[in-house]
Design a protein around this ligand. Structure first.
Ligand code: SF4
Ligand code: SF4
Length: 105
């Protein structure tokens, strides 16, 4: 059998030499392509800032894509792009907003 859910959800220890503050940029937004997600939760489990959680909405495949955790904002994102790298479905990505993007919003 696979790992228990509890073990699977256990937050990994991040190496002390990873200085997340160094990744922080001016502004970023995390995008999720909902219908690609298969609810593996890797992005949620491995996000060092713990800003994601499983949403309630169900996608076309019957899975629940991640959403921004209640009480968190995109300002909490370290822009480390790890969620992007680890997602097996290429369903999540981070875009660093340019000043012109911010004006559009
Ligand atoms: S880039 Fe992704 S993994 Fe990194 S802090 Fe932001 S949401 Fe979390
Ligand atoms: S890693 Fe990708 S497929 Fe897995 S829950 Fe996150 S967005 Fe969905």
């Amino acid at each position: 059998m696979g790992q228990s859910l509890e073990r699977r959800r256990k937050k990994p220890e991040w190496p002390a030499f990873v200085d997340l503050e160094k990744f922080k940029g001016p502004d970023s937004q995390v995008y999720i392509i909902k219908d690609r997600c298969k609810e593996c939760e890797w992005c949620i489990i491995y996000c060092p800032e713990e800003i994601l959680e499983t949403g309630e909405e169900i996608n076309v495949k019957g899975y629940r894509p991640p959403v921004l955790k209640e009480g968190k904002t995109f300002d909490d994102c370290a822009e480390c792009h790890f969620c992007e790298l680890i997602c097996p479905e290429f369903a999540i990505y981070v875009k660093v907003l340019e000043e012109s993007d911010a004006e559009d919003e």
